[in-house]
Design a binder for this molecule. Sequence first.
Ligand code: S3P
Length: 176
Amino acid sequence: MPQAGSSRAVFLVGFMGAGKTSVGSSLARRLGWSFEDLDDRIQSRAGRSVPEIFRDLGEAEFRRLEDAALRELLAELGAGPRVVALGGGAFAQPENVALLGSAGVHMIFLDAPAAELFRRCEQEQRERPLLRDAEQFRELYEQRRSSYLKASCRIDTACKSIDEVAAEVACSIGLG
Ligand code: S3P
């Protein structure tokens, strides 16, 4: 049973390079909702950047911080409608899939072929601790894809602009 206000929350999930943050900002502007990137909340709570958390504390601690940030954010959902971009690994954790499922929020999987996602990450040149080379990137994507498919809807982002994808997400939740 969805909780009050949760149908006015959209969580964008998917692998690195899927465009979760850019599409999320565009979607939030379109809907007049607020936008949050979960990684920003993790960084501000930890007082370190994501690469620093991985380097200094390790991935297991990053996942613990990610889970805590997600729970904190879900507890605030009643405050108003919002769009949230999750980091690429958040929805690959079964407990997070269950948490979001029981919150009754919209979960949208932004997808593209692994080679395209890799190209986008290379262009962005943001430091990503779990991005090593094309082969390792594709393997991790394939490992996680079955989790991403647990989202309520999958949107193919290949060859589409950020605003086109945001418009599709809006349509998919009946607000197009
Ligand atoms: C991660 C993806 C990153 C960030 C962290 C871990 C992952 O977010 O949360 O580096 O496990 O795929 P983006 O998907 O925004 O790159």
